[in-house]
Design a protein around this ligand. Structure first.
Ligand code: SAH
Ligand code: SF4
Ligand code: F3S
Length: 436
């Protein structure tokens, strides 16, 4: 059996894609290894979202090539978004033998077979239908408690800064019956939590099943199975989705609702297709139905022509919403996107970083304030395993997505326990076991 080693970069969908790739390769006589030095095939499943993501992968490609000296016949492959974006440019470096885009994974065994005869191979065909719906992913996360399920692929939104529509192709939704079957498989394998993945889950539709219906179908698989999802799009998240979340106790009250900017001129230029006022209206609706709902976000600072005053609108929307957590980024121009073609990347790098630091500092305070509001409360958490810092502590998340840590030698991964919040940092709730 040939041994395959894969490193995964980028979003959760890429993690799940790697699981699909392992499943496809396993049925063609390949075996997974976590030891790079014994691998016959070394691959990276890559991300193109920002320039620094790609730079990091170039560094890994050089590193992978150092193994050629000690292993003749070694195959180096690039999968995922960077494969799709750069295509032959990757083969031209002569450091890469196989290039396979996100919709080409069924062809990977054939590509690997052909390359072993000495010819570099590439398949970057995008598909309108491929969802890998029939493939049972080989789970690579170690805790055995939570699993990712991709419910759709691609994206039709064409936000002006974003490379995803080019690297992942057109949006398509997966047959809900295959999704429910995968959730059942997860339960049978002992998993306690599934996260439904899509770039914009709110635009999921397969025949008469929309995302609200799908959520209910997955939640009804087992009351012991927690259901999460990501990512919601502010322009599309419907009242039906919010009400379905409230109607099933096992759907976690957590919404990742990327705002990107708090300024209407910038939102328009980003082609997000909502306004600050619309966004705040959605947040108000979520909170009126689920006052305990965790809300997190993504934001970009220093987008083309963003002024200091416009950046202040992002600070103020963060303050107004009071996010529980956020991912924040400097704008990174991506070749071929609408923004790269039409607007100069004119906010200086130092200025972007200054704005980013200010936003991060604000979010640290907001996260701390949000956590402080939970001190004294009792939550049901799903144990993920021992905490990273201390072997005699366990960790797990609240329904709203906050990480809890508490001393515990009785329970183990996969148990549901009640914990009381005693103290907190901006990142963690420090808890004790509460009586059931
Ligand atoms: N589909 C999701 C986002 C996927 S990309 C959505 O629509 O919200 C994850 C995050 O990366 C985005 O929310 C955005 O904040 C950030 N991002 C995307 N393109 C970027 C770019 N060119 N520069 C900086 N950050 C970017
Ligand atoms: Fe990119 Fe916008 Fe699609 Fe999200 S919704 S993946 S930001 S184009
Ligand atoms: Fe990156 Fe592709 Fe995901 S660009 S964020 S790996 S969809």
């Amino acid at each position: 059996m040939k041994k395959v080693y894969i490193e995964t970069y980028g979003c959760q969908m890429n993690v799940n894609d790697t699981e699909v790739v392992f499943s496809i390769l396993a049925s063609h006589g390949y075996e997974r290894t976590e030891d790079i030095s014994s691998a016959d095939v070394i691959m990276a499943n890559t991300c193109s979202i920002r320039d620094n993501a790609e730079q990091r992968i170039w560094g890994r490609v050089d590193y992978f090539n150092t193994f050629r000296k000690s292993r003749s016949g070694l195959v180096v492959g690039i999968l995922g978004c960077m494969a799709e974006r750069l295509k032959d440019a990757l083969l031209d470096t002569r450091k890469v033998d196989v290039v396979a885009g996100p919709d080409a994974y069924r062809n990977l065994p054939a590509l690997l077979e052909a390359v072993s005869e000495g010819h570099p191979q590439m398949d970057v065909e995008l598909s309108r239908e491929e969802t890998y719906g029939d493939i049972s992913p080989v789970r690579i996360d170690k805790n055995g408690v939570s699993a990712f399920i991709s419910i759709m692929r691609g994206c039709n939104n064409v936000c002006s800064y974003c490379v995803v529509p080019y690297t992942r192709g057109a949006e398509r939704s997966r047959d809900p019956h295959t999704i429910v079957r995968e959730a059942c498989d997860c339960v049978a394998a002992g998993y306690k939590e599934v996260t439904l993945l899509g770039q914009n889950v709110d635009s999921y539709r397969f025949e008469d099943v929309d995302f609200a219906k799908l959520l209910a179908m997955v939640a009804d698989v087992s009351p012991q199975l927690r259901v999460r999802f990501s990512t919601s799009h502010p322009k599309d998240i419907s009242d039906a989705v919010i009400e379905t979340m409230a109607s099933r106790p096992n759907i976690c009250h957590q919404i990742h609702l990327p705002v990107q900017s708090g300024n209407n001129r910038i939102l328009e230029k980003m082609r997000r297709r909502y306004t600050r006022e619309w966004y705040l209206g959605r947040v108000a609706k979520i909170r009126s139905v689920m006052p305990d709902c965790g809300i997190s976000t993504d934001a970009i600072v220093g987008f083309c022509s963003e002024t200091e005053e416009e950046f202040r609108d992002t600070l103020s929307i963060f303050e107004e919403v009071g996010y529980d957590s956020a991912f924040m980024f400097n704008y990174s121009e991506r070749p071929g996107t609408l923004a790269a073609r039409n607007y100069p990347d004119d906010v200086p790098a130092e200025e972007k970083t200054r704005r980013l630091n200010e936003l991060i500092e604000l979010q640290n305070r907001l996260s701390l304030e949000s956590n402080r509001r939970d001190v004294g409360k009792v939550f049901e958490v799903l144990v993920e395993g021992p905490s990273k810092r201390n072997e005699t502590d366990l960790c797990g998340r609240t329904g709203s997505g906050k990480m809890c840590v508490w001393p515990d030698t009785k329970h183990r991964a996969g148990d549901y326990v009640l914990v009381r919040v005693e103290d907190c940092s901006s990142a963690t709730l420090l808890c004790s076991l509460a009586e059931k």
